[in-house]
Design a protein around this ligand. Structure first.
Ligand code: NDP
Length: 327
């Protein structure tokens, strides 16, 4: 494993990390979470990603219980959560807990996450999406407050536009508040424009770090959707039906087919090739892996071994195959 600074911050994250979206609570119970996290930790992973909205809070409960059982020193791991969608409890939607980044919601949401995790603080907290109905200034002050209160250590954004991130950073700079230090965007062989183009100026100007998501485009880049939707896969899950069109797209699967000989030349799998490629971008602090079972995680952690074999010539071949279809 190697470690990268999270943008301009002093925090070092493992180049590969492990997330819990879709999996924890739905496919992964506490016992499996302990197994996955222990395997990741043994390989040098020090960051575990989560969010309030994952499994409506249950993903944080599962991870919290796993952490209790694993009993690692608190200094040795980094945990995140993200806020925006809110949890609806009770018999009617609470107007201030839905799709918002207002101060009231954010400062209550972090308390809920801390309770579910059973932790005293969360290392990284993200604004999970931008909220056009709350002044960015209000959100920046609330995120600063979370850190000032000792409930979080670093804050950032997820899927914000470059303009929104810069606006938040400048407000924090102007008022001497804790600044956003990281963004969590989707980044994989088929989804690149935001990381490579839109954010280009932010890395130096604001010291932005990246914790990137869906390195396999929800499993597509492993090649397993080339013959349709396999049983037991994410694409077969009823509540993931919105992903099916993308997962079975003939154009996207044709790209995966063309990548197969390159993976073979490298002596790795398609999944390992896709993950290794994502780690090659020096702006990426950590690539967050997803895994519904231990065998996938073992395979995916093996991606780092391919890095040194990814020569400029091979990177150029990958570029020629993927660039025409990447968003
Ligand atoms: P991937 O694109 O890597 O997809 C992971 C899924 O692909 C697994 O759950 C598994 O699904 C399948 N898979 C993984 N490895 C293999 C393999 N070797 N062979 C075959 N299938 C495999 O990542 P995710 O989409 O899960 O994203 C990673 C993390 O990023 C999330 O857990 C979350 O923490 C974060 N994230 C953040 C978002 C945000 O808005 N900030 C949005 C989405 C994710 P299965 O076995 O069920 O088919």
């Amino acid at each position: 494993m190697h470690y990268n600074r999270l943008g301009r911050s002093g925090l070092q994250l493992s180049a590969l990390s492990l997330g819990s979206w879709v999996t924890y609570h739905n496919q992964v119970d506490v016992k499996s979470a302990v197994e996955l996290m222990a395997a990741a930790h043994d390989a040098g992973v020090n960051f575990f990603d989560n969010a309030e909205a994952y499994a409506l809070g249950a993903s944080e409960t599962v991870m919290g219980e796993a952490l209790r059982q694993l009993d690692w020193p608190r200094l040795n791991y980094v945990v995140s959560s993200k806020f925006y969608w809110g949890l609806d409890r009770g018999d009617r939607p609470a107007i201030n807990r839905r799709n918002t980044l207002n101060r009231k919601y954010l400062l209550q949401a972090v308390d809920g996450s801390l309770k579910r995790f059973g932790l005293d603080f969360i290392d990284l907290v993200f604004c999970h999406r931008p909220d056009p109905h709350t002044p960015i200034e209000e959100t920046v002050w609330a995120m600063h407050q979370m850190i000032a209160d000792g409930k979080a250590l670093y804050w950032g954004t997820s899927e914000w536009s470059a303009a929104e991130i810069r606006a938040a950073w400048e407000i924090a700079e102007r008022h001497h508040l804790h600044k956003p230090v990281m963004e969590q965007p989707q980044y994989n062989l088929l989804h690149r424009a935001r990381v490579e183009q839109e954010y280009a100026r932010l890395y130096e100007d604001c010291g932005l770090g990246l914790t990137t998501w869906s390195p396999l485009a929800s499993g597509l880049l492993s090649g397993k959707y080339r013959q349709g939707i396999p049983e037991g896969s994410r694409g077969a899950m009823e509540n993931m039906a919105f992903l099916r069109e993308g997962l079975t797209s003939p154009a996207r699967n044709a790209v995966v087919e063309q990548l197969a000989p390159i993976a073979q030349e490298l002596g790795g799998s398609l999944a390992q090739l896709a993950i290794a490629w994502a780690t090659m971008n020096p702006r990426v602090s950590t690539v967050i892996l997803g895994a519904s079972r231990a065998s996938q995680l073992q395979e995916n952690l093996g991606a780092l071994a391919l890095r040194e074999r990814l020569t400029p010539e091979l990177m150029a071949r990958i570029e020629a195959i993927t660039a025409p279809v990447a968003a």
